[in-house]
Design a protein around this ligand. Structure first.
Ligand code: PMV
Length: 314
C-alpha cells in the first residue's frame, strides 16, 4: 500500500471562453467553451498521508516551484476536503505541488493544478478505500467544482465543456505549436473568479450566451473541415468579445496593455501579408497566445523572431 501519490495534469487554453457562471458555488458555466490542451505545461501534485490536511512547498529543488499564497493554499485544501467528503474518506494529506513552467508566464496554472490535485486525490482515496477508480468523466466533474476550466484539462487535444458535460472532440488539427508573447509577467489585478461575477454587469452580457454558442458551432465546423483562416476569425472575435465584457462592466476593468495591442496589430499584419498566421487569443490577462499548425514552421520563425526582439516569448 502506498502512502504517497503523484499525478500530473496539463494546462489548457480556451478558444471559446468560459466567462460567467449560472451557479457560482459549483462553477456551472453560462456558456459552452472549447479548449486546446497544452501538454507541455504541466503541474504535478503529490499527496502524502498526514495527521491533518495541509499544503507544503515541493520537497525537491525546482526552478519553477510554486509559493502559493495563503488564499491559494486554502482553496487547494478546500478542494481536497470536498473530494474526501464526496468519497467519504477520513484520511488526511499533505499536498505538495510544482509546475514545469514558470509562474506568471501568461499560462494560468489553476486548471493544471486543480486537475492534478483531483487526479491525485481520487487515486489516493480509491486505493485507500479499495474501491474502483472513478472514471475520467467523474474526475473531470469533481475538478470543475475546484476550478471550472480545470475540467477541460482531462481531455486532449480538444475539449468541449457544456453545462455539466465535459468531453473530448475530434477535430482536424491534432497537434499545434503553442507560444505565449509575454507582455506582462505580473500578477493580475482582477482574478478570474472576480471577472466571472463582474462581467454580468455589462450591458453586452445579455446576448453573450447566443454569441458564444453561435461561434462555438461555427468554430467546430471550421476546425473539423480544416478551414484555418475562418477559425482564426472566430477565435479573434471571441477573445475581443470577452475583453469587451471586461471593459464594459460597471465599473469597468481590463487586462490589455498597449503592448498587447502592438502584438495583436503585428499578428494581424502578418495575416494580411502572408494570408496565413496563427490562431490568436488572450485569456483574462495581457499576454497573447498563438497556436501554429505544424506546417507553419517558417512563418512561425519569422513572426516570433520579430516579437522576440521586443518581448519575452515562451
Ligand atoms: O476556471 P477559472 O475560474 O479560472 O476561469 C477561467 C476563465 C478564462 O481563463 C478567462 C477563460 C477560459 O475559458 O479558460
Amino acid at each position: 500500500m502506498h502512502n504517497i501519490w503523484r499525478h500530473t495534469a496539463p494546462a489548457n487554453i480556451a478558444l471559446i471562453k468560459y466567462m460567467g457562471k449560472t451557479d457560482a458555488s459549483s462553477n456551472i458555466p453560462t456558456n459552452s467553451s472549447l479548449s486546446y490542451t497544452l501538454n507541455n505545461y504541466l503541474t504535478t501534485v503529490e499527496l502524502e498521508l498526514a495527521e491533518h490536511d495541509q499544503w507544503q512547498p515541493w520537497n525537491e529543488q525546482n526552478p519553477f516551484n510554486i509559493a502559493l499564497t495563503e488564499t491559494a493554499q486554502q482553496r487547494f485544501i478546500k478542494h481536497l476536503q470536498f473530494i474526501k467528503k464526496q468519497l467519504n474518506c477520513p484520511a488526511h494529506f499533505i499536498i505538495r505541488s510544482t509546475n514545469n513552467f514558470p509562474a506568471n508566464c501568461g499560462i494560468a496554472s489553476s486548471a493544471s493544478s486543480f486537475a492534478a490535485l483531483t487526479k491525485a486525490a481520487v487515486q489516493a482515496i480509491c486505493e485507500l478505500k479499495q474501491i474502483p477508480l472513478l472514471s475520467i468523466e467523474q474526475q473531470a466533474r469533481l475538478s470543475q467544482q475546484g476550478s471550472g476550466s480545470s475540467c477541460r484539462s482531462f481531455y486532449s487535444p480538444w475539449c468541449l465543456w457544456q453545462g455539466d458535460n465535459v468531453k473530448p472532440v475530434d477535430l482536424a488539427y491534432k497537434e499545434l505549436d503553442h507560444a505565449v508573447i509575454l507582455v506582462n509577467a505580473g500578477t493580475k489585478a482582477v482574478s478570474s473568479s472576480s471577472a466571472h461575477q463582474r462581467v454580468t454587469t455589462s450591458l453586452l452580457f445579455s446576448n453573450r450566451v447566443e454569441r458564444a454558442e453561435q461561434r462555438l458551432t461555427i468554430l467546430l465546423d471550421m476546425l473539423s473541415q480544416s478551414h484555418w483562416k475562418d477559425a482564426f476569425q472566430i477565435v479573434w472575435e471571441e477573445f475581443w468579445d470577452m475583453h469587451a465584457l471586461f471593459e464594459t462592466a460597471r465599473p469597468s476593468f481590463g487586462y490589455m496593455t498597449a503592448d498587447s495591442m502592438k502584438v495583436l496589430q503585428y499578428v494581424r499584419d502578418c495575416w494580411q501579408q502572408y494570408k496565413d498566421g496563427p490562431l490568436t487569443t488572450l485569456d483574462a490577462g495581457p499576454n497573447v497566445h498563438l497556436l501554429f499548425r505544424p506546417d507553419q514552421q517558417s512563418l512561425k520563425t519569422a513572426l516570433l523572431q520579430y516579437l522576440q526582439e521586443h518581448y519575452h516569448v515562451i
